[in-house]
Structure formats: structure tokens, C-alpha cells
Design a protein around this ligand. Structure first.
Ligand SMILES: [Zn+2]
Length: 331
């Protein structure tokens, strides 16, 4: 067997007040009996939060161990990162998330302890009829106007809202204020960071009956007021007719495949994260020896040979990876 076969990890679940049960009901995640399953962390290497390998010779390895012991094989042409640079998760927002903003890398360095910045992107898997998203400020809302609105309890009036459709992708660069609305099931790729400044929490209380902390001053300082109302990404064509590019930024590339034909991924000296949103895929060299199906995620290390992904039915999946130096120049 190729030593650097694709890696599958055990998902870890987070329960927050805004979560629900759809990670189990729609994505077949093995959640427990609770009512507030909010996030399934699929690929993570951030402090104590570690994805654990589920199959094959590296079973029970945390992702961090791979980063430390096999950086060349994991990262290929990219530099040896101190930790895995991306984090991928699914979210079930049964209720709205807080209105929040994340720092960029420069602002993240100033934090104690320092953290990466956080640029993220969402792909909407399911919406309810009345679901909304909040992405960016309304035109003309500057720091002064926003600060006043927050002080008066009118934060929502400054936020640009939209009604997302299934399949929409929203790109959320660091500094763009945002909130995921209720009734949404979302796939999220982000920089591996855990720094969130909460501007407004809809006047609700946490599981302990108390309001969750806000970070209004830090949020106001972090928001990029030049980033106006945001709209869903317009998918771009790629060299393969079954693949469209949803995001190409300096932190990651996010492609969506819709195909019933066998395609190749990897073999290009960089890692790929594959996440299935519809259908299922048989993957060559997969030590799990079972299809990668709806709601499941795989990490293909840079040193893996190119893998064939063979859809068992018409399938939809995401492919997430780092841009090459040449691609970066074109972004
Ligand atoms: Zn966020």
C-alpha cells in the first residue's frame, strides 16, 4: 500500500446554543442525543483541537503528529507549516449565530496568544424558506454609524442581509462582519484560527442562562469598513467541465465538482481536502475500503499518488487546497 494514502479522520462535535440535529439527520453524522449539535469539525489542527486518523496504519494519530513528523509528505511544494493551515467543518445553524468579525494575519499576530487571521468561505447545503445571512455592512455604514447602532441595540439595521439559495457560496475575508442565519446547514473552509470578536448576540443568553461575552471595541477595530455588502460568489469555469471554482484567494482555493464520471485528484504535490455534499465516491488507495459518502471528508497528502474519485451516483463534492506560488500571482 502507498504509505501516504488518503487520510480519514474521526469528526468531533461541538454543541452550542444555536445548533440542532441536522448534522445527524441530513449528513448522517453519529451525533448523540443532545438538541444543540452545532459543528462537526472534520479537519483541524489547532491546539488541543485535533483530528484523529480513523483508518489505516496511522490510526489514532492526531493531525499535529503528521504535521511534525511528515511535513514534506503532507505539504509538498508548500513550506513546512507549524500547524495545518486550514480547518474544515460542517455547521447546523438551527438558530442564528452571533454577529461577528475575525482579524487578519497581521492583527492576529498582536493577540495574546498570537493566532492566525481568519478568512473563511461557506457553501450552503440546505436552507429553510425564511433563512437569511448577514454579510457585510450596508452601504454608507461607517464606524461611527455602526457604533451608534450597536449602542442603541439596532445592530441589525447596519447589516446587509440576503436570502441564500442551496449551493450558494459566500466568501468572508477577514474584516468582513457576518452572521450565519437560522435554518442553514453549511460547509465551511477557513484558516485554522479560533479568534472571533462578537459584536452582537441577538440579546439572547447562553446555556448557562447568562449573555455570552461581547467584544464590541475589538470588533469595531477589526471590521474593514471598505468591505461593503457582499453577494454570493459567481462560480467560475475551470479546465474541467464538471468543476467550478467558487473561491480563489491567497489562503485557499475552493472548487466544487458535480460529476458522475471518474475524475483524478491530487498528484500535484500539494494536499487536497475532499468533502462530499451529495452522493458518494469510491477513492483509490482508501484504507477505509468503503465509499466516501455524504457528509464525509478526506485529506489527501501531497505525497499521495493521484487518486481516482469514482462517483457511485451523480455526486457533488468540494475540493479545497492551497494555491501554488504561480497561482498566487494570478489572484
Ligand atoms: Zn465567522
Amino acid at each position: 500500500m502507498n504509505t501516504f494514502h488518503p487520510l480519514r479522520f474521526k469528526p468531533t462535535f461541538r454543541e452550542y446554543i444555536w445548533g440542532g440535529r441536522r448534522l445527524g439527520e441530513r449528513l448522517n453524522k453519529p451525533i448523540g442525543a443532545g438538541e444543540h449539535y452545532a459543528e462537526s469539525w472534520e479537519i483541524v489542527d489547532h491546539g488541543q483541537d485535533q483530528s484523529i486518523v480513523a483508518f489505516g496504519p496511522y490510526t489514532d494519530w492526531p493531525l499535529r503528529q503528521f504535521v511534525l513528523e511528515h511535513p514534506r509528505e503532507l505539504f509538498g511544494q508548500h513550506p513546512d507549516f507549524e500547524r495545518f493551515p486550514l480547518l474544515f467543518k460542517f455547521l447546523d445553524a438551527s438558530r442564528k449565530l452571533s454577529v461577528q468579525v475575525h482579524p487578519d494575519d497581521e492583527q492576529g499576530k498582536q493577540l495574546d496568544p498570537p493566532d492566525l487571521g481568519k478568512t473563511e468561505a461557506w457553501v450552503i447545503i440546505h436552507t429553510d424558506d425564511d433563512s437569511e445571512l448577514y454579510v457585510g455592512l450596508e452601504t454608507g455604514c461607517d464606524r461611527k454609524a455602526l457604533a451608534e447602532a450597536v449602542a442603541q441595540g439596532n445592530t441589525e439595521q447596519c447589516l446587509h442581509s440576503l436570502k441564500p439559495q442551496n449551493g450558494d457560496c459566500l466568501f468572508i475575508p477577514a474584516g468582513l462582519v457576518h452572521a450565519i442565519g437560522s435554518g442553514l446547514l453549511v460547509a465551511e473552509i477557513q484558516q485554522s484560527s479560533d479568534t472571533t470578536f462578537r459584536l452582537f448576540d441577538w440579546n439572547r443568553v447562553g446555556t448557562d442562562g447568562k449573555p455570552r461575552p461581547l467584544h464590541i471595541e475589538q470588533a469595531l477595530n477589526t471590521i474593514d469598513y471598505g468591505l461593503g455588502p457582499a453577494q454570493p460568489q459567481v462560480p467560475e469555469k475551470t479546465s474541467h467541465p464538471d468543476c467550478s471554482r467558487l473561491v480563489a484567494c491567497d489562503k485557499f482555493v475552493l472548487d466544487r465538482w458535480q460529476s458522475q464520471a471518474t475524475v483524478q485528484v491530487g498528484g500535484d504535490d500539494r494536499f487536497h481536502i475532499i468533502a462530499v455534499l451529495e452522493g458518494s465516491l469510491i477513492v483509490t488507495n482508501d484504507p477505509a475500503e468503503q465509499p466516501l459518502s455524504l457528509g464525509q471528508t478526506m485529506l489527501i497528502p501531497a505525497a499521495s499518488e493521484a487518486c481516482e474519485l469514482q462517483p457511485q451516483t451523480p455526486s457533488v463534492w468540494l475540493d479545497m487546497y492551497l494555491p501554488t506560488a504561480a497561482e498566487l500571482r494570478g489572484i
